[in-house]
Design a protein around this ligand. Structure first.
Ligand SMILES: Nc1ncnc2c1ncn2[C@@H]1O[C@H](COP(=O)(O)OP(=O)(O)O)[C@@H](O)[C@H]1O
Ligand SMILES: [Mg+2]
Length: 399
């Protein structure tokens, strides 16, 4: 295959290893600096120029986009996607994972452990936010920090508030996050390729440091990952839409707590401590997928008027319970069931003979009017009881 590695550092370990692995396997590989691309947007003909010359379109690209060029880098990557070039990590996956707040927002919809996190704008909301995440000691984090820079542990509420106010006044948005004390100074990095954990390390901070980043002196040791951790890492990678990534987890009392999903994970730490050929696995996977560019479903599935995608949950007492998908008559009504989610598992392309159960969620594509009829008013999530108001409430009082 013709492969381009989008990287600004041809000399760095990860890029060199990918180039080496690609060459060893007989692929044609070029390292390209994203800032040297010019984008040409023309009707029906998205194109790219590199250093002023039209590019020879590769079969695949591997984005290794640094935090300093996220915006331009993902724009170039999106252009490759429009040109049907395969990338293991899509521009939206890279964009979502780069932002710690956005990735936690996305993961929080799913049943995956994450440290409780708050995000506020008003000064008046800081106190409540601190309380909601469990009080001090608390973690305060820049949204786009890396290598441990921008992660602070505040011991006291006054200090936490002063730090948050200072950062806000410098127009820096921050996350307020529960300090997972039982994992202090340690975290787990699972390297995921194509929905499989191919290697894992535990990083341990040295001395008084609570951050386990290798750049902060953390020491990496290879580990055999517990299946719960493996599952969490794979699910997080799938939800973020990343086929090659590093999933960072804390070892909480209740199991894995995902902190971040890295779309350009470094190879040095993991290859160095596990002795695995991760670069080779990435290249083999990309070569295998090279003729299967990712399809932006939203772009393709909603082009016919009146058609769309919807999640339909089968409520208790629904007439569909106990019926097969065929017996629901959905197909005749022009609605196709793409996936069926039951508990934590997702069945792709469920057979028409599959019997439905209460609480199943069907991801459907078809006539919006039909699907609308099937979607019930969603039950509101019950909140914990609020304390009673101070003034006694008597019958007939309107609050
Ligand atoms: N909520 C938390 N509880 C305990 N330790 C944390 C928490 N968040 C981060 N850390 C520690 O700080 C390190 C850096 O945090 P992380 O969110 O991964 O930022 P970065 O992108 O800078 O690596 C982690 O590897 C972990 O050791
Ligand atoms: Mg990290």
């Amino acid at each position: 295959m013709r492969l381009n590695i989008l990287s600004r550092s041809p000399e760095c370990y990860s890029t060199m290893r990918l180039v080496e692995a690609a060459k060893d396997r007989g692929h044609k590989v070029l390292v390209r600096d994203v800032l040297n691309y010019a984008i040409d947007i023309d009707q029906g003909e998205p194109d790219l120029y590199y250093q002023g010359k039209e590019i020879n379109i590769p079969n695949a690209v591997i984005p290794r986009i640094g935090t300093s060029v996220t915006r331009y880098g993902t724009t170039v990557l999106r252009q490759f996607e429009q040109m049907d070039v395969y990338t293991p990590n899509t521009s939206s996956g890279v964009t979502n994972s780069r932002d710690k707040l956005r990735s936690l927002q996305i993961l929080s919809k799913h049943n995956i452990g994450i440290p409780r996190t708050a995000y506020v704008s008003r000064k008046e909301d800081v106190n409540d936010a601190l309380e909601r995440v469990g009080g001090t000691p608390v973690i305060i984090k820049l949204i786009e920090g890396t290598q441990g820079v921008g992660v602070i542990l505040a011991d006291k509420p006054e200090i936490a508030k002063a730090i948050i106010e200072t950062l806000h006044s410098a127009h820096q948005n921050v996350l307020i996050q529960k300090f997972v004390a039982e994992s202090k100074g340690k975290d787990v990095r699972a390297f995921v390729i194509n929905d499989r954990v191919v290697g894992a390390i535990r990083r341990t901070a040295q001395g008084q440091e609570f951050r386990s980043n290798v750049h902060r002196g953390g020491v990496a040791t290879p580990i055999d990952l517990d299946p719960t951790y493996e599952n969490a890492a794979v699910r997080a990678a799938q939800i973020m839409g990343l086929k090659v990534c590093g999933v960072d987890m804390l070892e909480g009392a209740d199991g894995p707590q995902i902190m971040e999903v890295n779309s350009s994970p470094g190879l040095e730490g993991i290859e160095g401590s596990t002795g695995l050929d991760i670069a080779g696995e990435i290249i083999d996977f990309v070569a295998d997928q090279a003729n299967m560019p990712d399809i932006d479903l939203r772009q393709r599935l909603t082009v016919s008027r009146g058609y769309g995608v919807a999640d339909i949950t089968i409520p208790d007492g629904s007439p569909y319970i106990g019926k097969t998908i065929k017996e629901t008559g959905l197909r005749e009504d022009d609605v196709a069931v793409l996936t069926l989610k039951r508990g934590d598992s997702v069945i792709s392309n469920p057979k028409s003979s599959r019997v439905l159960e209460s609480d199943d969620t069907l991801l459907c594509y078809g006539k919006v009017e039909i699907m609308k009829k099937m979607i019930q008013d969603r039950p509101r999530r019950r909140r914990e009881l609020q304390p009673l108001p101070e003034t006694p409430v008597t019958e007939g009082t309107t609050l």
